[in-house]
Write a protein that binds this ligand. Structure first.
Ligand SMILES: Nc1nc2c(ncn2[C@@H]2O[C@H](COP(=O)(O)OP(=O)(O)O)[C@@H](O)[C@H]2O)c(=O)[nH]1
Ligand SMILES: [Mg+2]
Length: 335
C-alpha cells in the first residue's frame, strides 16, 4: 500500500500557528464570569494547551512562584523566536541548574516552534508573524532548580508597536487595553539587531523603541516591581557586520547611554543583553546564544528600579508617527 507523505505548505502553517485562532477559541462565547459560573456547577473545560489569556494565568500566578515577562518591539524584531527558543533549549537539555518541569501551553509552544524547527533546516530560519490582537496570550514554562529544589514559572507575552497603534484611541483606553503590562516583572524591549546593523535604518529602529518605552512609562503601565531589560536580538548579524563596519559598536554604546538618559525620570537601572536566538549560521553562533543569561536574570531576585510616575506633557524634539499619536493621547486625556 502506498503511503503518501504529508506536505505542509506555508499557507497551512500560517493558518496553524495564527494566534487569532487561539484568541477566538479562548474567548469563544464564554466570558470569565460564565466560566467561573460553569466551574461552580462542576463543569470544567479541559486544558487545551494553547496560549493562555490573562484571566487563565491566574491559577498559576495565585499559587506559585511566577515571573511575568512581556516582550515588546516592532513586528519581526525577534520576540517569538526568543520565547520559543528558550522552550526548545529545554527539549534538548538541562539549562544551567534548571530542568523543564512542564507547561500549560505546550500546544502554543509547539505551534510556534514547529515553524522554526522546519524552517531552521534551511539556510535562513523564519518564525511566523504573531498576528495582531494576540498580546494578551501567554506562554507558560515551569522549571525546577536542581540546586535549590525550587520551582519557578515564567509567563511570556509579546506586544508590538502595531498593537499599540491599532488598539488605542485615547490614553484612558490605552491604560485599559494594556493594563496587563503592569503585571510584568520584566519588560523586555527587543531591539532588532538586523536593523541596528544597517546604517540607514538603525536610527529609526532606536527612535521607535525609545518612543514606545516612553509611552508605556508615561501611561503609567508599570509598578515598583517592574524591571526593564533591553535585548539586542539577532546578535549574529551584528557580529558579522562588525568585521566590515566598526561603527555598529559605537552606535550600540550610544543606544545604552541615550536610553538611560531618556528614561532616567522613571527608572534608575536598565539591563542590556545580546541574544542570537536563531542565528543564520549555527556553526558560527550557537542556537539560543545569550538566552541562558537572560533566563538567569529572571530567576535572580532584583531590586525594584522605578523611581517615579510621571504623566506630563513634555517638549519633544523628534516628531515621529508615534510622537504624534502620543501627543494625541495626552491631548485626549487632558480633555
Ligand atoms: N539572523 C537571525 N535571525 C533571527 C534571530 N532571531 C529571529 N530571527 C528571525 O527574525 C524574524 C522575525 O522573528 P520573530 O520571532 O517572528 O519576530 P516577532 O515578530 O518579533 O515575534 C524571523 O525570520 C526569525 O527567523 C537571530 O537570532 N538571528
Ligand atoms: Mg511574534
Amino acid at each position: 500500500m502506498d503511503i503518501k507523505p504529508t506536505v505542509e505548505n506555508d499557507e497551512n502553517i500560517n493558518k496553524l500557528i495564527n494566534d487569532d485562532i487561539e484568541t477566538d477559541i479562548s474567548d469563544r462565547d464564554i466570558t470569565d464570569e460564565e466560566l467561573s459560573n460553569s466551574e461552580k456547577k462542576g463543569i470544567r473545560r479541559l486544558p487545551s494547551g494553547r496560549a493562555l489569556t490573562l484571566g487563565e494565568t491566574y491559577e498559576i500566578t495565585a499559587s506559585e512562584n511566577t515571573k511575568i515577562i512581556i516582550l515588546i518591539g516592532p513586528s519581526a524584531c525577534g520576540k517569538t523566536t526568543i520565547e520559543t527558543t528558550l522552550y526548545q533549549m529545554f527539549q534538548n537539555d538541562v539549562v544551567g541548574d534548571y530542568y523543564f518541569a512542564g507547561s500549560k501551553t505546550l500546544q502554543g509552544y509547539e505551534q510556534r516552534s514547529y515553524y522554526t524547527r522546519t524552517k531552521s533546516k534551511q539556510n535562513i530560519s523564519t518564525t511566523p508573524r504573531t498576528s495582531r490582537g494576540s498580546q494578551e496570550t501567554f506562554l507558560h514554562l515551569k522549571l525546577w532548580n536542581c540546586k535549590t529544589d525550587k520551582y519557578i514559572n515564567f509567563l511570556f507575552a509579546d506586544l508590538s508597536g502595531e498593537d499599540f497603534e491599532n488598539h488605542i484611541a485615547s490614553i484612558e483606553s490605552m491604560k485599559k487595553d494594556f493594563n496587563f503590562i503592569k503585571s510584568a516583572d520584566y519588560i523586555i524591549a527587543v531591539l532588532d539587531g538586523k536593523l541596528l546593523a544597517d546604517k540607514r535604518r538603525r536610527n529609526g529602529a532606536f527612535e521607535e523603541m525609545a518612543q514606545l518605552l516612553r509611552t508605556i512609562f508615561d501611561a503609567g503601565l508599570y509598578t515598583a516591581h517592574t524591571n526593564l531589560q533591553v535585548v539586542t536580538s539577532k546578535y549574529d548579524i551584528i557580529k558579522e557586520i562588525l568585521l566590515k563596519d566598526p561603527s555598529v559598536e559605537t552606535f550600540t554604546t550610544r543606544v545604552k547611554v541615550e536610553l538611560e538618559q531618556r528614561l532616567k525620570s522613571y527608572i534608575n537601572e536598565i539591563n542590556f543583553y545580546n541574544v542570537a536566538a536563531m542565528p543564520n549560521d549555527n556553526t558560527i553562533f550557537e542556537v539560543g546564544h545569550g538566552i541562558k543569561e537572560l533566563m538567569d536574570s529572571w530567576s535572580t531576585p532584583q531590586n525594584s528600579i522605578v523611581l517615579s510616575f510621571k504623566n506630563n506633557k513634555r517638549e519633544r524634539k523628534v516628531k515621529s508617527e508615534f510622537d504624534k499619536l502620543y501627543e494625541k493621547l495626552l491631548g485626549d486625556s487632558n480633555g
